[in-house]
Design a protein. Structure first.
Length: 182
């Protein structure tokens, strides 16, 4: 079973793909971040997130998509941005008929570490162990400003070596083609 996980956010939308079958070790296929500038217009940011997630769906063809469920925070602006990015991820999956599961951060922490109150270091250590990685996965380097300009000028962003990395090394895979416009 192949799952695309999405940690939604307007500035940084984390994505990762894992293969797994019950009773066998999990394998991380890829990890990355879809980034948008905080000062860009909201609609353009949502389009960039949509195009980034679509590229991951095109390349990895997951059977399921797991999205972090928006939970209550004191900062309404943060909640709204997270909810908007989450909706984009769900829309991309639904458009392709891919089932979506929503999980709270506490549910994810409990599934990975056994405690819904685990801190980031504990979660990172368990993910590293479960996926048999050399180091905890982390976001790749930032995309170039020219990549963002292509989005704001109407061009589709293409995941680049700087926005993706393979699980065990810093080397990258070739960029997938972006989907054709409807």
């Amino acid at each position: 079973m192949r799952v695309l996980g999405v940690d939604p956010g307007l500035t940084r939308c984390g994505v990762g793909v894992v293969d797994g079958v019950a009773g066998r070790p999990l394998t991380m296929v890829g990890v990355g971040v879809v980034r948008t500038p905080a000062d860009a217009e909201l609609g353009l940011r949502l389009v960039a997130i949509e195009q980034g997630i679509e590229a991951w769906l095109d390349e990895h063809r997951p059977e399921f998509v797991a999205v972090e469920r928006v939970f209550s925070q004191h900062n309404v602006r943060t909640v709204m941005g997270t909810a908007q990015a989450s909706a984009v991820a769900m829309l991309c999956a639904a458009r392709r008929g891919i089932p979506v599961a929503l999980h709270t951060p506490s549910e994810v922490k409990a599934a990975v570490t056994g405690s819904g109150r685990a801190d980031k270091a504990q979660v990172g250590a368990m993910v590293t162990r479960l996926l048999r990685l050399d180091a905890p996965p982390g976001p790749p380097t930032r995309p170039t400003p020219s990549r963002w300009r292509s989005v704001t000028s109407g061009g589709a962003p293409r995941p680049t070596a700087s926005s993706r990395r393979s699980p065990r090394t810093a080397s990258s895979r070739p960029s997938p083609s972006t989907r054709p416009a409807p």
